[in-house]
Design a protein around this ligand. Sequence first.
Ligand code: SF4
Length: 333
Amino acid sequence: MFYRELENKRVRCELCPRGCIIANNTTGFCRVRKNVNGILYSLNYGKAAAIAIDPIEKKPLFHFAPGSQCLSFATVGCNLRCKFCQNWQLSQEFDEVYGEEIEPEHMVELAMENGVEGIAYTYTEPTIFYEYAYDVMRLAKKNGLYNVWVSNGYTNKDAVKRVSKYMDAINVDIKGDERFYRTMAMVPDIRPIFNALKEYKECGVWIETTTLIIPGYNDSKEAIENIVLWIKKNLGESTPIHFSAFHPDYKLMDIRSTPLHILERAYSIAKNMGMRYVYIGNVFGHKNESTYCWKCGNLLIKRYGFHIVSYNERCNACGEEIRIAGKKWMKAR
Ligand code: SF4
């Protein structure tokens, strides 16, 4: 899907904004889409390199189908080169395209057999296993399962539009400013990411965002304010924002973990700017893992890590109701 044939058996991939022009017998930047005699093949189709059952809160999605479980899978590959990647063994450092052969029908069967409520396309970037994800998603929907993506948002508009038909919710990383993306993730132009986010919203997909805060790189007051301002203006003040703690990984082993006060400052900035649902992630047991009434501050959903301890959608102090998308599965707990 999403490519054009060029002269001399070359092709142009139009799945993501990188727009690789791929010569015969070579692969694109993501290393999982190969041109064979002028036909672009998805090498990772049906090859699940990681698979697990996770709570939806782990994605993180805090306002979609709370309390549900999802079959989560990934293939190898990525269209970005984040120096801080937490799944770099799968996304970057693979010698060949590997994975357990699981056809879309079988993936959906696995979900049903395990009694989960949905399927998550996660761990690496689902855009680069688009065709595989798309086929699983269509079957999942037919069988009453939800579909959620965890994505870097580096996806072209047509692909976003097409997949949104089967997508219920998405968590998109907003990593930093233009310079951050260029130097830390090899993204030359960030506008397509923000366009993709607007398109998902236009298509009615429930959106939450995550910003991994790396000390000294994207933690300034100005950087956080710019991210929050964009979200508020374009996605709305009820969009849940997750600020996650960085821990040394991959090519950033010499950077310290994010101190708590930096995360708490980001939280305060977003709240003071009028965002209703702001969370601190990767700090188990922190009070800002929980949901508070945006009007009066009353505790409504108490979480510990990925688990819900107590659940209230309506504030019993002021009567305000919080925004929750998708079916609730709290009864399952
Ligand atoms: S999906 Fe892969 S091959 Fe296609 S444009 Fe993006 S990086 Fe290049």
